[in-house]
Design a protein around this ligand. Sequence first.
Ligand SMILES: [Zn+2]
Length: 205
Amino acid sequence: MLLQKERQQVREYCIKMFERGLTIGTSGNISVFNRNEELYAISPSDMDYYEVKDEDVVIMDINGNVVDGKQRPSSEFRTHQIFYQNREDVNSVIHNHAKAATAVSCLYKDVPPIHEMIIVNGGDEIITSPFTKSGGQELADVVFKTMGERNGILVGSHGMVTVGADVGEALFIAEEMEFVCDIYLKTAPIGGAKILTHEDVVYYK
Ligand SMILES: [Zn+2]
């Protein structure tokens, strides 16, 4: 089967994402890029994560053509492939509607450095893209531009996108961003968290 390893990773990490409370229902999507083949495996659109089989994971080229797979690809495939087209350090993209991250994405406020794990997104703050209607090239362009050289951002009034050298890293960043957004929301009503300095958070890793 074409890109069997990547298909399996997409399927397994979608379940991990769901079980770790990072998304609900069928929302969210994961892709894994095979740089040698210039093809990526992406989760199918509108399928229960527990019902997805390896053959349901869709294989696409980086120009958006379906190469293999029985299902329709995630409607956000353009937001995945723009990173494979333009960033050599990215081999996996995750998008989800994690609750705390999505709540913060609706505030359009940068999350300041309140915890050392914030640094995994690639900056001292967690930033949010401008609002863009989902499902098209415009969202892909806005997400890519907002991301810059970071590894994770909030998508305005929508959720989060993270990228990584592999799918494990992309999920790790998603979990930590959700954690920091949750702490931000929990502390906000009681005066807000202490803001740390760049030096306080920069030495992580
Ligand atoms: Zn979404």
